[in-house]
Design a protein around this ligand. Structure first.
Ligand code: SF4
Length: 353
């Protein structure tokens, strides 16, 4: 790993740890209320299969809170209840056995209500994520800073941390999110300098699949590359499984965590001997479910192919007349028909496994 991570406190969430040198946890959020228990369960199972390690569910009302216990009993990954405004929902969720709750103290105004949440979380020994969002900041802090600046968001976070610590609660994870990449990056840098609690990273309301993925990759990626962040959630207006895939790609391309294959492919040019886009799609379709962290290079021609892709575990380069050469770490192994490429790659992967 090339990135040196900043040291944070280790916090247990169900059967995993966040911070303190634990692997960066990939999380997502269910797209339905837990009231729709079978649908949510199915969605979480699919998410588990693509590597989701922690799932958050929105708890908008009493019925949702009361469904959490049954949902928790069905799934394998830690369950987090996302609570806004109503402290009673937080207490109900804790009683239902969730592994963590996420609250924004900015929208639970009454300190006594927060104290009741803290008391119950202590009794059950569960963590709380304090989530600061740019849209719900304490007004006095916004006034002091002349707007929702990164400094203002960090001030808000530190104020809440002080309150929890003053009440003997340090089982915390902190997030500061804005839909603006630069604000999020600056705020998390400052926060990381000011607290030892693990940080949950994300760009809130990042947008549709392509735009949201790019925005998240830039924002989360900059911070991770600086060693900041202990768990990530990519927020997309798309299927949650896509969020998890994008999150793993961010970790993979920063060489922080590898899960599954990486495809390296050329942009193509006038020398190409094969439809690279089609070949990439065919190969990806065959290998995307394999857990092995291997690099597969797919190049349009042999001119630079094996040389440029010599770091790849397995490589393919199109050659004339519908053939392709297969190579391993830059060394040519054989020449096969183009339609045999996927089979050859799978065969070589079996050898690596
Ligand atoms: S590998 Fe060949 S086809 Fe692809 S960009 Fe390089 S020269 Fe062009």
């Amino acid at each position: 790993m090339l990135v040196e991570r900043r040291k944070t406190k280790k916090i247990r969430v169900g059967n995993i740890y966040i911070g303190g040198g634990a692997p960066i946890i990939v999380q997502s959020m269910a797209s339905l209320s837990p009231v729709y228990i079978e649908e949510v369960y199915k969605e979480i199972r699919e998410l588990e299969e693509v590597g989701c390690e922690l799932i958050r569910v929105a708890v908008p009302d009493k019925e949702s809170a009361e469904a959490l216990g049954e949902l928790k009993g069905k799934i394998n990954i830690p369950l987090v209840a996302d609570i806004h405004f109503d402290y009673r929902l937080a207490i109900l969720a804790i009683e239902q056995g969730v592994d963590k709750i996420r609250i924004n103290p900015g929208n639970i105004k009454d300190k006594n209500h927060l104290l009741q949440i803290i008391k119950r979380a202590k009794e059950r020994d569960i963590a709380i994520r304090i989530g600061i969002n740019s849209g719900s900041m304490p007004l006095d802090i916004v006034d002091k800073h002349g707007g929702v600046t990164p400094e203002a968001m960090v001030d808000a976070a530190l104020r809440y941390i002080d309150f929890f610590e003053a009440n003997d609660f340090g089982n915390l994870i902190i997030s500061i999110k804005a839909s603006d990449v630069i604000t999020t990056v600056k705020a998390n840098r400052l926060l990381s300098d000011s607290t030892h609690y693990p940080l949950h990273l994300g760009i809130t309301e990042a947008g549709p699949y392509v735009e949201g993925s790019i925005k998240s990759a830039i924002g989360i990626g900059i911070l991770l590359a600086e060693g900041i962040g202990d768990t990530i959630r990519v927020s997309l207006t798309a299927s949650p499984t896509k969020e998890v895939e994008v999150a793993y790609n961010i970790l993979k391309f920063l060489d922080i965590r590898r899960r599954g294959p990486e495809i390296i492919s050329c942009p193509t040019c006038g020398r190409k001997e094969v439809d690279v886009e089609n070949l990439v799609a065919r190969v990806w379709n065959k290998v995307k479910h394999i857990d092995l962290p291997i690099k597969i290079a797919i190049m349009g021609c042999p001119v630079n192919g094996p040389g440029e892709a010599k770091d790849a575990d397995i490589g393919v380069a199109g050659t004339r007349d519908g053939y392709a050469i297969i190579f391993r770490r830059g060394k040519i192994l054989k020449r096969v028909k183009s339609e045999e490429v996927e089979g050859e790659i799978l065969h070589l992967i079996e050898g690596i496994e």
